[in-house]
Design a protein around this ligand. Structure first.
Ligand SMILES: *[C@@H]1O[C@H](CO)[C@@H](O)[C@H](O)[C@H]1NC(C)=O
Ligand SMILES: *[C@@H]1O[C@H](CO)[C@@H](O)[C@H](O)[C@H]1NC(C)=O
Ligand SMILES: *[C@@H]1O[C@H](CO)[C@@H](O)[C@H](O)[C@H]1NC(C)=O
Ligand SMILES: *[C@@H]1O[C@H](CO)[C@@H](O)[C@H](O)[C@H]1NC(C)=O
Ligand SMILES: *[C@@H]1O[C@H](CO)[C@@H](O)[C@H](O)[C@H]1NC(C)=O
Length: 558
């Protein structure tokens, strides 16, 4: 032990003399399921992403508020990517200093984006370790997937410290299939109403006429796992379950690399269901857009959004990590990227997670709930999950106990939700978990919900029942928002864009309120497995509730 300590102290502290950490609070330990496979060869090529400090972020925030607030004269006056670039583009000084720093280390193979706030550069591991003192690149393997990551925190030279938000490609790893699971029904009878497109369309009052018809409408799912949807699964799914409504059976565009191998359950689920509620709408799939194993696929997708015009209006994403495992610098910057998408009129929907309020062990007998990011970002619409009250019938919905929800420890509560959240906290005061478990000053989520229990999915040509998770509810809501966008676009109105300011002003209009049931929390004496409970109007379990499509359309089509 002693020798190890002596070895580590100098390693961490000498670099501080001339450089600083950008992400001192980033978790650098990989989960147990990754096997360490040794140091990388010094000549191995890595690709790192440099997030350059942007300008005018206050103005970006104000613009987003105005274009998303239905009571503002600027509502719907979305910005083009070019206009976003003029707003946030890093200063000349920032660009020069960062470029010179890279050049000094012989790094010249870099690509930028339209907004010039990201640089992606290839270099050898040897150069990367000199460029970023403290970093140590190793190879890790999980189920045949191989990645290169740093086992120690990196620092950057003092001269560039103030010009960078973070460097990507060192720490964060693709999560496992997270927001989907096979949940056997609690009833033993074996007969169970599985959720299919027809059941969803019945519950949410979608008629045969409620399909897309606007030429210029589109929607997308983004996936960052080593798994793929198979076109043949989608076609079979639509054959089996798409008889009662006009739909498409093919994806229009795949951005990124669709690997071979087996189809993933989550990948199949996302695409099959966004195309069932958002029926007959052009659909894209963003899939592992990176070209290199050293990249962070989620970051890669964000970088891509800053470099593409003509994007789909609605994106649904079933991806998340514990807030406490990520650096504040990273989350803040990704949050800014969400704002950049929002001002362009793009709606981003994230699954709220499948662990209820979550649980983090702080010490002996000391626990707290565990919010997840990006679900906790104030600039995305977060989707929770529900079940049918009676599992054998299309009835009203109650909380699905897995539905992710809670309060951010990183992002302040945005104005648009302050009165809704206050209303909830006051009305359920006596039944709330102890104050030490959550942070009422933070952004509360989810915002909305849909069924997340007992879906039928076709994966690898096989229909599979009992697929559950907020990975299911998110594309279902996404598809319905796309239908509404279609109606708006056909009338010459702008797309919905960042929905939350408008959603909270509806105060539940157009939605089925979910008022029964509690989600999971810590399994300890104090809260005994319980997180928050649903209640009339907004709650941190199911948000405002689930869509009643014709009523929501009526509320959002002007
Ligand atoms: C962004 O797009 C341009 C072409 O429009 C391309 O040259 C550049 O390499 C892209 N940047 C990245 C980071 O992929
Ligand atoms: C929608 O569905 C609900 C419950 O299934 C039903 O009560 C209502 O009448 C339906 N129609 C409209 C337009 O809301
Ligand atoms: C399906 O969408 C296309 C445009 O993409 C449209 O021409 C067609 O009429 C739509 N079908 C229905 C039933 O609305
Ligand atoms: C509570 O949330 C705020 C942001 O709203 C944050 O600044 C603060 O550090 C959080 N407190 C804890 C204990 O995490
Ligand atoms: C979409 O098409 C409709 C009619 O075809 C048009 O009025 C509207 O301006 C278009 N919207 C966009 C964003 O291109």
């Amino acid at each position: 032990m002693g020798t190890i300590l002596l070895f580590f102290i100098p390693l961490f502290f000498i670099p501080l003399v001339f450089s600083g950490f950008l992400e001192y609070d980033q978790d650098v330990l990989l989960s147990q399921d990754w096997t360490h496979a040794g140091r990388v060869d010094p000549s191995e090529q890595l690709e790192l992403t440099f997030a350059l400090k942007q300008q005018n972020l206050d103005l970006l925030g104000e613009t987003l508020s105005r274009v998303s607030d239905p009571d503002s004269a600027q509502y719907g006056k979305h910005l083009s990517l070019q206009e976003v670039a003029s707003l946030v583009r890093p200063s000349e000084l920032t660009q020069k200093v960062v470029q010179r720093w890279l050049q000094t280390h012989g790094i010249s193979n870099c690509r930028t984006v339209h907004t010039q706030d990201f640089l992606q550069c290839t270099m050898t591991a040897e150069v990367a370790e000199v460029l970023l003192p403290g970093s140590r690149f190793n190879r890790y393997i999980r189920e045949g997937q191989s990645i290169v990551r740093s086992s120690a925190p990196y620092s950057v030279h003092d001269d560039v410290h103030q010009h960078l938000d973070f460097v990507g490609g060192l720490h964060r790893v693709p999560p496992r299939e997270k927001y989907v699971n096979l949940k056997q029904p609690r009833s033993k009878a074996g007969v169970h109403l599985g959720v299919t497109p027809a059941i969803l369309r019945a519950r949410y009052n979608l008629t045969a006429a409620d399909v897309g018809s606007a030429q210029n409408n589109s929607q997308a799912v983004a996936q960052f796992l080593e798994q793929y949807y198979h076109p043949a699964d989608l076609a079979e799914f639509m054959d089996l379950f798409g008889r009662t409504f006009q739909h498409r059976s093919e994806v229009d565009r795949v951005v990124g690399t669709q690997g071979g191998g087996k189809a993933g359950l989550e990948a199949s689920l996302d695409i099959e269901y966004i195309m069932s509620t958002g029926a007959n709408i052009s659909t894209w799939v963003f899939t592992n857009p990176g070209r290199h194993e050293s990249q962070e696929p989620f970051l890669q997708w964000m970088v891509l959004l800053s470099n593409m015009t003509g994007l789909p209006w609605v994106h649904t994403i079933s991806y998340g990590d514990d807030e406490d495992s990520l650096s504040a610098a990273y989350m803040m910057r990704i949050n800014t990227e969400f704002m950049k998408a929002g001002v362009r009129g793009i709606s981003l929907l994230f699954a709220s997670g499948d662990s209820g309020a979550g649980c983090r062990h702080l010490g002996k007998d000391q626990n707290t709930f565990r919010p997840s990011f990006p679900a906790s970002s104030p600039y995305v619409t977060t989707v929770g999950g529900t079940s049918f009250k009676n599992p054998f019938k299309v009835t009203y919905e109650v909380t699905d106990y897995i539905s992710g929800g809670g309060f951010s420890n990183v992002f302040k509560m945005p104005d648009y939700q302050a009165s809704a959240v206050k209303g909830y906290l006051n009305s359920v005061k006596v039944t709330l978990p102890p104050q030490s478990y959550f942070n009422t000053s933070g952004r509360a989520y989810p915002d909305i919900a849909a069924l997340s229990d007992n879906y039928w999915v076709v994966s690898n040509r096989v229909p599979i029942p009992w697929v559950s998770g907020t990975s299911a509810s998110t594309p279902v809501v996404g598809g319905m928002l796309s239908l509404i966008n279609g109606q708006r676009l056909a009338k010459g109105l702008p797309a919905l864009g960042f929905l939350n300011p408008r959603l909270y002003k509806l105060k539940g209009q157009g939605l089925f309120d979910v008022t029964e049931g509690c989600h999971l929390g810590c399994l300890d004496e104090q809260v005994q497995g319980k997180g928050f409970c649903a209640a009339p109007s907004w709650d941190p379990v199911t948000g405002w509730g689930t869509p009643n499509y014709p009523a929501l359309l009526a509320a959002l089509q002007s």
